[in-house]
Design a protein around this ligand. Structure first.
Ligand code: PLP
Length: 395
């Protein structure tokens, strides 16, 4: 059975982390993985999460199965977090299931779309999060891409995007990043969301919104703007969310898949199918992360604490964006890097070439993925001078 197997190359981002760990240079900087780090380079457990975990240890009464939808309290809390008091909740048109992270949500969304329409196509932005292609292919979908980022001018290529989306046939799916686009950091403006929503309504394609960074861009409400607009405008929508980043629950694996139908009756049918998709996959989601999130969101005190901690993470990342741009200028870089301050969330493309990326690694122990995507959260006041000098030296 195994004799014909050939080794596969390591995942480029995970492979970078291994190289970083093995590097003995005390000045080394990891700008690879999309993990929040504080100014000391640590990814701490949020204090609100610690408190919720303690509450769970003290109060948990059973570890019996929860079922394929996971925790109802978590699912309800996630609906409110994503949608506020949106009409789709009052109209009972949404069915949400807890999933193993945002990746689990995307996989179940893909399998559900395949159930609706075998062989369906999903369109993803070019570029997009590296795992989208693999997850949707593994779920049995065809994956195509639409233009998104203008590498030359370091901005959104919205005209090309909308032209491409005009060609998407009805009943195909289109993946959109709710905020903090990974890897470019370029998000749609409110007017652009409006245009995409109107186009989806006109053509009848199905938006699948990937919201892995709610609260990391401009704020919890602001980051959900596009998603809520889509829910205002369309009868059908899928949302895949993740608590990995905003609750710092990376390894607990918790997120949610939400499917919105055009009526409560249709939502009931959807609500019978999605759990069946889960049942033959991983059967049921893990419960620990969901219990933490529902404990935080159902306590006013812990929610306030979470808002504060989330804001601290968001402000730190935005602060580092500005600091890097300032330090590059201080180190004599004349090239305009101000686009970094106009982008959102954890990532930006530096816009340097693969040879320069490699030199940063070989000569300066600075680890960046080959596309020149940097994880801004890896920058700190302590390492930004060294980083800016090193970038200046390879430019
Ligand atoms: N979607 C995007 C755009 C991401 O960047 C990530 C993680 O980096 C995910 C989904 C999945 O996150 P997780 O499965 O860790 O919750």
């Amino acid at each position: 059975m195994f004799s014909e197997l050939q080794p596969r190359p390591a995942d480029p981002i995970l492979g970078l982390s291994v190289k970083f760990a093995a590097d003995s240079n005390p000045n080394k900087i990891d700008l690879g993985a999309g993990i929040y780090k504080d100014e000391h380079g640590k990814t701490p457990v949020l204090a609100c999460v610690k408190a919720a975990e303690q509450f769970r240890v003290d109060n948990e009464e059973s570890k019996a199965y929860l079922g394929s939808a996971g925790s109802a309290a978590f699912n309800t809390a996630m609906n409110t977090l994503m949608l506020g008091d949106h009409k789709v909740i009052a109209e009972n048109r949404i069915r949400t299931l807890s999933t193993p992270g945002g990746t689990g949500a995307l996989r179940i969304a893909g399998e559900f779309i395949k159930t609706c329409k075998p062989g369906a196509t999903i369109w993803v932005s070019n570029p997009t999060w590296a795992n989208h292609q693999g997850v949707f292919t593994a779920a049995g979908l065809q994956v195509k891409s639409y233009p998104y980022y203008d590498y030359e001018n370091k901005c959104l290529d919205f005209d090309a995007m909308i032209e491409a989306l005009k060609q998407v046939p009805a009943d195909e799916a289109v993946l959109l990043h709710a905020c903090c686009h990974n890897p470019s950091g370029m998000d749609l403006s409110r007017e652009q969301w409006q245009q995409v929503a109107e186009l989806a309504k006109e053509i009848g394609f199905l938006p699948v919104i990937d919201m892995a960074y709610q609260g990391f861009g401009e704020g919890l409400e602001e980051d959900a703007y596009g998603l809520r607009l889509m829910a205002d405008t369309l009868d059908e929508l899928i949302i895949c969310s993740s608590c990995s980043k905003n609750f710092g629950l990376y390894r607990e694996r918790i997120g949610a898949v939400s499917v919105i139908g055009k009526s409560a009756e249709q939502a009931d049918i959807i609500g019978s199918i999605v759990p069946a998709v889960v049942r033959v996959n991983y059967s049921m989601p893990p419960a620990h992360g969901a219990a933490i999130v529902e404990t935080v969101l159902n306590s006013d005190e812990l929610t306030q604490q979470w808002y504060g901690e989330l804001q601290e993470m968001r402000d730190r990342i935005n602060g580092m964006r500005q600091l890097l741009v300032n330090k590059l200028a201080e180190n004599g870089v004349t090239q305009d890097f101000s686009f970094i301050t106009r982008q959102n969330g954890m990532f930006s493309f530096l816009g340097i070439n693969p040879e320069q990326v490699q030199r940063l690694q070989d000569e300066h122990s600075i680890y960046i993925v080959g596309s020149s995507r940097i994880s801004v959260a890896g920058i700190s006041p302590d390492n930004v001078d060294y980083l800016a000098k090193s970038i200046a030296s390879v430019l």
